[in-house]
Write a new protein. Structure first.
Length: 218
């Protein structure tokens, strides 16, 4: 899988537009200020300001609403989210190291992980899927049972005709890999606006319901 220059330009344009529409300047919750029942670990899309991003923040809120009896906090993956797409590997390392650290300090905390656009690639790499967007540290296999759900949006992995569901034996059954019709980043389409649609088309609500159900039942 490789991203063409045209697709990279689309990623840049739509991510900048999303940041402008939402006024993002988001900060993550403290990683281990207190041990929560569930932590959402999310990687923002390309060029978004540091924080949870245009999809991560509403996803966390929606998960909290779906799990009223549990404490839910969040962590925003600390990575560059650069236009060249070379930061996905370091992002995966940050995601993996953070989860390993919190898992050790908080033995009862469970995780929902995911990302948007390049953040989806961060997630792919962190769960051990090979991509052409770099390499990084992966989440230790022994922690896989504590990763209750994986939710990604606009995942470039799909350009190689794969999804997390098909590419990961370990995580595939607990993954929701969402791609809007016409999205050039994940569906090889021609509708740049499709890559912005996840915040408005119900995808975040569906992902939160999917993840919360797995927390409740596994």
């Amino acid at each position: 899988m490789s991203l063409s220059l045209a697709v990279r330009r689309v990623i840049t344009a739509v991510a900048v537009s999303a940041a402008g529409l939402t006024g993002l300047g988001l900060a993550a919750s403290p990683a281990t200020a207190a041990c929560s029942d569930v932590q959402v670990v999310f990687a923002r899309g390309t060029t978004e300001a540091p924080g949870l991003g245009v999809l991560g923040r509403p996803l966390v809120r929606a998960v909290q609403q779906q799990l009223p009896g549990l404490t839910v906090d969040s962590y925003a993956v600390d990575y560059a989210a650069n236009v060249s797409q070379t930061s996905a590997g370091p992002g995966a390392t940050d995601m993996s190291n953070h989860i390993e650290e919190v898992a050790a300090a908080c033995p009862d905390t469970e995780f929902i992980i995911g990302g948007y656009s390049q953040g989806a690639s961060v997630t792919d790499i962190a769960i051990g899927i090979r991509t052409t967007l770099g390499r990084g540290e992966t989440i230790p296999t022994e922690l896989a049972p504590r990763i209750k759900a994986v939710t990604v949006f606009g995942n470039p992995l799909r350009l190689s005709r794969q999804t997390i569901n098909s590419a990961s034996q370990l995580y595939g059954q607990k993954a929701l890999d969402t791609c809007a019709t016409g999205d050039p980043v994940c569906g090889n389409g021609a509708n740049a606006l499709a890559h912005l649609s996840y915040a408005f088309d119900g995808s975040v609500t569906r992902a939160a319901q999917f993840a919360a159900n797995l927390v409740k039942t596994t």
